[in-house]
Design a protein around this ligand. Structure first.
Ligand code: ZL4
Ligand code: CA
Ligand code: ZN
Length: 390
């Protein structure tokens, strides 16, 4: 692999702390922070680390986390111990703060949370200081966390914290979420403001798919005088959406949103559980299509905060995020689609050793999204955008 040059005319920064990676949710829990190790190894094997500014993100402080989260919740998060799950005197708080199977209490939980949140804060600050045009934190993107409650593998909401930082310098920030799950925590945090337009694409099935929110008609506070009215945009989808329809839908929706809302910066959540073959997901996207969405957002040349999110088949998460790193570096064409011989943990990428395995063909899923249904979504989004001004 030849050296990747720095992109011309803009800077890309990488914000990470390797101490996030060894944390463990429990042996059969789907969330594997180790996928971040695999991603980093792939990025390094391609030589991409030479083309961006690398920052060791420090942990977010308690005060920084408290910019969004309730202190009673943070106090509990800071003090809780793995054995507390079984202690009757703790059970009330454990229920209140929603710890359990999805959000287990593991060793180093608070350190894990403050480190991934620190990455997104660091990234947002570099964008605000004009020290970077595109800032990446693959360990972030934990979009379900609420002010005072853990949810869906997420404990603190690094995206909300990052956007709050961006709002110090930009009148309007747009949030785009391609995780297969609804970005409910970010939506809720900015529900009553017109300074953030949240846009989430997700599988929606009120009763059978987490978190059950994000219907098309959920567009913000119902009172028309509430500034947040119409500033939540949801794109509910059915199983099996394919590359071509997803990319088309993404462009047909995100393009007009950016042109209408005119954000000063964009936060992009790149959850990789929307890929085919994901352990929890049900879409049928290939790595190339997931990356095409990132490439499209990049064409608007706005300050871009890029975060990770879900993704439960680690080899494919690392493929997608490595490919997307190359896109952000304007170097996708310089990357060998055959995974380098030299990559650490190369066995994980067999038997094909390709950056773009045919994920959509490996698990047969019908596309339950008809052309008519997708056209209806685009039409309805156009109508919503009539209420929005930049
Ligand atoms: C698991 O095997 O749908 C957790 C979670 C732990 C190990 C041992 C416990 C076994 C799948 C999921 C019992 C687990 C039962 N272990 C979990 C309604 C639910 C209640 C909890 O990508 N059970 C809840 C959350 C979703 C629910 C998705 C996506 C995050 C993100 C951003 C969060 N919760 C049903 C499930 C397992 C587990 C196996 C699991 N949990 C799958 N889907 C959920 O958007 C990072
Ligand atoms: Ca989503
Ligand atoms: Zn997800």
């Amino acid at each position: 692999q030849n050296a990747i040059p720095r992109p011309s005319g803009y800077r890309v920064s990488w914000h990470a702390n390797p101490d996030v990676e060894p944390h463990h949710f429990g042996s059969s829990h789907p969330m594997k922070p180790w996928r971040l190790t695999l991603t980093k190894q792939l990025v390094m094997a391609y030589g991409m680390h030479h083309a961006m500014d690398l920052y060791l993100a420090r942990a977010a402080t308690y005060e920084e986390l408290a910019e969004f989260h309730h202190t009673d919740y943070l106090d509990f998060l800071q003090q809780v111990m793995p054995g507390d799950m079984e202690k009757p005197e703790k059970s009330e708080s454990i229920v209140k703060y929603n710890f359990g199977d999805d959000c287990p209490i593991f060793n180093g939980l608070y350190e894990y949370c403050s480190l991934y949140a620190g990455g997104s804060l660091d990234a947002a600050r570099k964008l605000c200081n004009n020290q970077s045009e595109i800032a990446i934190n693959w360990s972030g993107g934990l979009h379900h966390a609420k002010k005072g409650e853990a949810s869906g593998f997420c404990y603190v909401n690094d995206i909300v914290l990052g956007i709050l930082q961006l709002l110090r310098h930009h009148p309007r920030v747009m949030y785009v979420d391609i995780d297969v799950h609804h970005g409910d925590g970010v939506e809720q945090a900015f529900w009553s403001t017109d300074r953030v337009l949240t846009v989430s694409f997700h599988k929606y099935d009120k009763d059978n798919f987490f978190p059950g929110t994000g219907a098309r008609d959920s567009t913000g506070p119902s009172h028309p005088l509430n500034p947040g009215a119409h500033h939540a945009l949801n794109v509910p989808l059915h199983d099996g959406i394919d590359d071509k329809s997803y990319i088309q839908l993404f462009k047909d929706i995100v393009g007009p949103c950016i042109e209408t809302y005119k954000p000063g910066a964009i936060a992009l959540q790149c959850g990789a559980d929307s890929l085919g073959c994901d352990r929890l997901g049900c879409f049928n996207l290939n790595v190339g299509a997931h990356g095409a969405c990132v490439a499209y957002v990049k064409t608007f040349n706005l300050p871009l905060l890029v975060v990770g999110g879900g993704g439960y088949t680690p080899r494919n998460v690392s493929r997608a995020w490595a490919h997307e790193t190359s896109i952000l570096l304007d170097a996708a064409d310089l990357i060998d689609p055959n995974i380098p011989e030299t990559v650490t943990f190369r066995n994980h990428f067999g038997p094909d050793y390709s950056l773009f395995p045919p994920l959509s063909e490996m698990r047969k899923l019908d596309n339950k999204n008809s052309r008519a249904y997708l056209n209806g979504l685009v039409q309805s989004v156009r109508e919503q955008l009539r209420y929005i001004r930049g």
